[in-house]
Design a protein around this ligand. Structure first.
Ligand code: NAD
Length: 322
């Protein structure tokens, strides 16, 4: 069995690789070649932690595995990352463990890649202004990935905790784009693409604040109860997601569906757009909204790429498990 430690991941995975892996596996899902299994996520009654598994199988790519981990809110005080995860890959022919791959950086890269995939396939090609809502750990990854696929000329941002906006300013400077902190009204009025990446449990962005033609990638809502945008926005938008079952149960669409504002069948899995099986944006005026909940197959796809790179560069540790 091979081990690829967390410390090696940055050198083994690029944003471009993450984008390719995620786009390809979304399309494989749409073609019925790859499947996610039901998610387990539980409060363990220790260290205030949430712990769970996301697993799946990509039959075409022969990638079988599970991401295990969760959220330990007390970690930051110990100098550790709050979100902890590890990906385990198995040999699909024998079930034997094939690899253990650090999953923390990969989670950020694959989540940002999903938003970028949605931007490339759904945003208007002439989109110039990127709006960022959220300034936490994931936000920097999101901004970099969005900028890689869009021709953005500037970034506007809002965060509940304004002292965190420095992260957005620093990331924009790193990628060479001007950044301006703005009100939510101004953000909605100016942005062509909006990425939401917060841990909010109440709507931040209202339907009336979003102008026609905008693409919104809702990336923070990955748990029952979380919410970043007003449910009415989903009723107004053409809605896409990574996986419909997750979108309606723990994604941004959970609220609009529960309120009867959106039929689950009206949500298109983005893989179908990538694979040419469903249309994406249908007019320059419509609002497109991507509900990115984060599926196992994204984790497995990026971990499999890392494993390949680690093998090629001799960065994987080999352990004899008998
Ligand atoms: P973080 O803790 O570093 O940052 C949290 C962000 O949310 C900050 O911008 C903070 O100001 C904001 N925030 C906190 N409480 C809020 C509230 N009540 N209302 C509005 N904003 C609030 O977290 P992170 O690592 O950047 O992750 C952000 C979110 O993305 C989390 O909800 C996380 O679970 C989610 N996430 C989703 C996926 C996915 O695949 N969809 C993957 C990873 C993380």
């Amino acid at each position: 069995m091979l081990i690829v430690p967390e410390r090696e991941i940055a050198a083994l995975m690029t944003e471009a690789d993450a984008y390719e892996a995620v786009e390809a596996v979304f399309a494989a899902m749409a073609r019925g070649e790859a499947v996610n299994f039901p998610v387990i996520r539980e409060a363990i009654g220790h260290a205030d932690a949430l712990y769970g598994f996301k697993s799946g199988f990509d039959r075409a790519g022969e990638v079988l595995g599970v991401k295990a981990g969760g959220y330990w809110p007390g970690n930051a005080a110990k100098g550790l990352t709050n979100h902890q995860s590890t990906v385990f890959l198995f040999d699909p022919d024998s079930g034997r463990p094939a690899a253990m791959v650090g999953g923390n950086l990969l989670t950020a890269l694959r989540t940002a890649a999903a938003a970028a995939v949605s931007i490339r396939h759904l945003a208007r090609p002439e989109a110039k202004v990127l709006g960022m809502i959220g300034a936490g750990h994931q936000s920097a990854f999101q901004m970099r990935a969005a900028a890689r696929v869009g021709n953005f000329e500037r970034v506007v941002g809002w965060n509940l905790h304004p002292e965190m906006l420095d992260r957005l300013a620093a990331t924009a400077a790193e990628i060479g784009l001007p950044f301006e902190p703005v009100s939510l009204d101004a953000l909605g009025a100016e942005a062509d693409v909006i990425v939401t990446i917060t841990s909010s449990f109440a709507p931040i962005l209202m339907a009336a604040q979003v102008r026609p033609g905008t693409h919104v990638a809702c990336m923070g809502t990955d748990t029952k109860g979380k919410q970043e945008v007003e449910a009415a926005l989903l009723a107004r938008a053409r809605v896409f997601c990574d996986e419909r079952a997750q979108s309606v149960s723990l994604g941004e669409a959970q609220h609009a569906v529960a309120e009867g504002l959106l039929a689950p069948e009206a949500i298109t899995e983005i893989g179908a757009v990538i694979a040419g099986l469903a249309p994406g944006r249908q007019s320059a005026e419509e609002i497109t909204l991507f509900d990115g909940t984060g599926v196992a197959l994204q984790d497995l796809a990026v971990a499999a790429r890392v494993l390949e790179a680690a093998r090629a560069s001799g960065k994987a540790l080999e352990v004899d498990i008998g």
